[in-house]
Design a protein around this ligand. Structure first.
Ligand SMILES: [Zn+2]
Length: 84
């Protein structure tokens, strides 16, 4: 699974809306990809804050910002590790 695929499923993952197989793919990705782990953790905390304030929809602009942040990080990582 690529980071972009992970990010596409992230909100479903946090909502518990995935089938077991997709969820385990995401768990695998989190096990080795620190960037996505951080994004997942941050997003989970953000969602909790929104839930606490009784806003149940994660705003689209936040989703877009998280996604572009992680994609930037991943491309930086690739540049600094050309062999990987
Ligand atoms: Zn990743």
């Amino acid at each position: 699974m690529k980071c972009s695929e992970f990010l596409n499923e992230l909100t479903n993952y946090l909502d518990g809306a995935l089938d077991a197989r997709t969820k385990s793919d995401l768990d695998d990705h989190l096990a080795w990809c620190h960037n996505c782990y951080v994004v997942c953790d941050t997003t989970r905390k953000t969602i909790e804050i929104y839930h606490n304030s009784e806003l149940y929809e994660l705003p689209d602009d936040l989703r877009v910002r998280l996604r572009s942040a992680i994609m930037t990080k991943c491309s930086e990582h690739k540049k600094s590790n050309p062999s990987s």
